[in-house]
Design a protein around this ligand. Structure first.
Ligand SMILES: NC(=O)c1ccc[n+]([C@@H]2O[C@H](COP(=O)([O-])OP(=O)(O)OC[C@H]3O[C@@H](n4cnc5c(N)ncnc54)[C@H](O)[C@@H]3O)[C@@H](O)[C@H]2O)c1
Length: 242
């Protein structure tokens, strides 16, 4: 029997990489898409050596032509995970329109391009998971990122309504602090501040995210769409947990 096909963007690092590994273990043929050639080749080779069915595609997701060509050349995709994103810190009064554009290009617009291209040929009953962020509720020192992730939540809800008649279910995950290379953008002082705000006192792992993606793309998860799942150790409850 042919394996179902999953595509994970930003699959060479952090939670994307953990998701590639998890979905391949779940029985998918997984297409890892990332712009980092060294990391993509290193990690996909490692996973293949471990017997996993992983295909590596190196491209910048903000290049619409490359995304369209990639999807045209792949068989229809059963599960799409829009995970790639960028994060940096900018003071509220200093963030520029160029900062907004740069972050929106990948965090939002590439998600919409990829979703449209995949949805054109996605079989009925397909699954889409968008990685947003708990920060969309509001956070200091990265207004451009917060706004881009709030937009991902809006786009998730719009996609869920558009695609529900075909049985395609679209959900978002809103991670809190997760221990990945992305956190290198935080100074040690900011990292300590963030950890102090965690009710559970610790960051989550990439595998925490991969586990929930696995649940959401499982054909047995058949009646959830347009929802946002907070994987944040309780931070979205509000307050410091003290
Ligand atoms: N780590 C956290 O605490 C955290 C919290 C909330 C949300 N998120 C979100 O989770 C997602 C994954 O983040 P992570 O922490 O695993 O980060 P990461 O930096 O470890 O991995 C992100 C991957 O995306 C790839 N990427 C970035 N821009 C790309 C582009 N234009 N084209 C192709 N690939 C591109 C990078 O090369 C990298 O491999 C992101 O959307 C991020 O915003 C992360």
């Amino acid at each position: 029997m042919t394996k179902p096909l999953a595509l994970v963007t930003g699959g060479a690092s952090g939670m994307g990489l953990a998701t590639v590994e998890r979905l391949a273990n779940d029985g998918f043929h997984v297409v890892l898409v990332d712009r980092d050639p060294d990391l993509s080749i290193k990690e996909s080779t490692r996973l293949k050596q471990n017997g996993l069915d992983v295909q590596c595609e190196i491209l910048d997701l903000t290049n619409e032509d490359l995304v369209r060509t990639l999807i045209k050349n792949l068989p229809p995709i059963n599960a799409l995970v829009n995970n790639a994103g960028i994060f940096d810190e900018r003071k509220f009064l200093e963030v520029t329109s160029e900062d907004f554009r740069r972050v929106y290009e990948i965090n939002l617009i590439s998600v919409a391009t990829m979703t449209q291209e995949v949805a054109k040929r996605m079989p009925d009953g397909g699954r889409i998971v968008n990685i947003a962020s708990r920060a969309y509720l509001g956070a200091k020192n990265h207004p451009h990122y917060v706004a881009s992730k709030a937009a991902v939540v809006g786009y998730t809800r719009a996609s869920a309504m558009e695609l529900a008649p075909r049985g395609i279910l679209v959900n978002a995950i809103a991670p809190g602090l997760i221990d990945t290379p992305m956190l290198r953008a935080l100074t040690p002082e900011r990292m300590s501040q963030q950890l102090a705000l965690q009710p559970t006192g610790k960051a989550g792992t990439p595998q925490d995210i991969a586990h929930t993606v696995s649940f959401l793309v499982d054909p047995q998860t058949s009646f959830i769409t347009g929802q946002v799942f907070f994987l944040d150790g309780g931070k979205s409850l509000g307050g410091s947990g003290a």
